[in-house]
Write a protein that binds this ligand. Structure first.
Ligand SMILES: C[S@@+](CC[C@H](N)C(=O)[O-])C[C@H]1O[C@@H](n2cnc3c(N)ncnc32)[C@H](O)[C@@H]1O
Length: 212
């Protein structure tokens, strides 16, 4: 089975081989919310901003952002974790739309561009050959002026030969995102990472040009 097939991931969920799952919200995103550090914020008098979470898995971060007032579209092509996420969102009546879709087909499915995309451990899960395409998809999902907030893990100097997780080189991320039409606006090596990931992930925020 190949990482580009949902069956690969379904099997991982069914057999409990989900070492990537922190079992809770990502601490870096919790801290960002707390500090008002996201580039897009909900306002009481305005429609909630839309955030897409690609490769959401159990969707801990989708729940986190929905609780904070964002309208969330959580996407994964493995149905197993999505059942759990749907139940959690319904139990709290949270505005989380859960889509069981291949993210590479998302731009055809979603007609409304998003204000923000939240990337965490999806980039390292896809076939490295598809990385340029991944950024083009994310860019197409955003409105002009929209933001990609990505916490890229696991940083490594190794080439992405084996995985998942396939190693991540920051320079490659920036180059591919730039080629896709996104401009790097901020970079941070977070101190709030999960202890097992501290120093091994970088927070990058990219903005899509206002004029598309
Ligand atoms: C390493 S897991 C990370 C899950 C979640 N982001 C987290 O941090 O717990 C990668 C997830 O991406 C999903 N995924 C991989 N390729 C995908 C694709 N082409 N379309 C949709 N989901 C995909 C997998 O099913 C899996 O749930």
């Amino acid at each position: 089975m190949h990482v580009s097939e949902p069956a690969y991931w379904s099997e991982r969920y069914r057999s409990g081989q989900t070492g990537w799952d922190l079992g809770a919200e990502t601490p870096v995103f919790q801290a960002l919310l707390h500090q008002g550090g996201f580039p897009v914020h909900p306002h009481p008098e305005q429609e909630p901003p839309t955030v897409i979470v690609p490769g959401c898995g159990y969707g801990h971060d989708a729940i986190l952002l929905a609780r904070a007032g964002y309208r969330v579209i959580a996407v994964d092509f493995a149905p197993e974790p999505l059942h759990v996420l749907r139940q959690r969102a319904a139990a709290e009546k949270l505005p989380v739309e859960v889509l069981c879709e291949d993210l590479f087909r998302l731009p055809e499915r979603l007609t409304e561009p998003a204000d923000m995309v939240l990337e965490y451990t999806c980039y390292c899960a896809i076939d490295p050959q598809r990385r340029p395409e991944y950024f083009r998809v994310l860019c197409r999902l955003l409105r002009p002026g929209g933001w990609l907030v990505g916490l890229f893990f696991p940083l490594s100097t190794e080439p992405p030969v084996s995985g998942p997780p396939f190693p991540v080189q920051e320079a490659e991320v920036v180059a591919l995102a730039t080629q896709a039409g996104l401009r790097l606006q901020s970079r941070q090596l977070p101190l709030t990472s999960h202890p097992a990931r501290l120093g091994r992930e970088v927070l990058l925020m990219f903005q899509k040009a206002e004029c598309d």
